[in-house]
Design a protein around this ligand. Sequence first.
Ligand code: MN
Ligand code: MN
Length: 458
Amino acid sequence: MENAWNKYSTRKKNEVFKFAEGYRRFISECKTERECVKKGIEIAEKHGFRNVEDYLKEDKTLKAGDKVYLNNKGKDLALFVIGKQPMENGMNILGAHIDSPRIDWKQHPFYEDHDIALADTHYYGGIKSYQWVTLPLALHGVVCKKDGTTVNIVIGEDEEGPVVGISDLLIHLSRDQMQKPASKVIEGEDLNVTLGSIPLKDEEKDAIKANILKLIKDKYDVEEDDFISAEIEVVPAGQAKHYGLDSSMIMGYGQDDRVCAYTSLMAICEIENPEKTVSCMLVDKEEVGSIGATGMQSYFYENIVAEILELTDGYDYLKFRRCLANSKMLSSDVSAAYDPNYPGVNEMKNTCFFGGGIVINKYVGSGGKSGSNDANPEFIAEIRAAWDKNKITWQTAEIGKVNQGGGGTIAYIMAKYNMQVIDSGVGVQNMHAPWEVTSKADIFEAKNAYVAFCREMK
Ligand code: MN
Ligand code: MN
């Protein structure tokens, strides 16, 4: 395997670390899809992107070189840099998801049990429940009030402030628990978040819960009932860290798939005056099947492409279908990086490694490629040529041995337009665990690979 670290000069290595530091800060701050969209817009605007709504309202047109973004319901971000060629020639598209596995509060979360106040939850995405107990956890989310206002909530990220958490049974009394299979050790319904233990004075019933609700009311001016229209996500508390004695890796929450989202976003921010229109989409709901108005199966992306076509060449149904069918896309999601502690799940010729650079997966899926996209080799050849020309370190992989398991992505959804799509991304250890690990070299190579893709694809 080619190891990207070997090719870096001291100066280049500094550049790799500097880029990774921007990423480390991004994932430390952005732990929900909404926070990613908000920060993503901030970054995009610094690079000259403008809200497409301004163009639509003012009935303006877009010309080659213009940069616009769409904020879809605060949970998806689609960006475009208009190319010199007509839209019907197709776009070069980067896509990644910004939702991550976590634990959501239920609509009626609050209860009290023997002088402890807790919040009831329903987990989101595929998690090993036993990994989420006895950790400092934070609450990130929104509460939407009947008066139409939205209150942002972040609790647990202040160095001096409190965190919350989920308890686990002490080892001394775990004889029965230790006999259970891992899927049963912590039951889904037992992922209850501890909130407090001081009773509210002169309150007779559920005084601890009442005290917690008072604290929330005092700070955020929301009532218990307002949590019916809220999204409160329980996530690991604290900053992402440099990982390893050589600081060559990043340990942080939500790297599936924010490692691909951040690198895709930074790549489109580097694109100026492209030949073909370049687009980047950061989407919600991948971890639960890309459903809902903000998931990839929604028409939001198709709709915004139609709007962009109207603002550039003028909308025409046939041109619109041609634009989608002639597009090429890197559907970026994380891959399973080789883990020396668990070599048995991999087939070594078709596995990705830390330092091996960006990964392309011809297919993912499980049980005979089921549910995968399976990219065309003609397209793969074009990508190989572009990346080799730009001296990108890249590798190919499958997710584990045949019949070992598998996974899905958004690739097959975009392929429905008859566009060329391939899964690509960054290798991750501890995927879906509270603290996932990636290689700084792979992060850097991914960003450069995305830039090369946007510039070189014909
Ligand atoms: Mn993913
Ligand atoms: Mn995932």
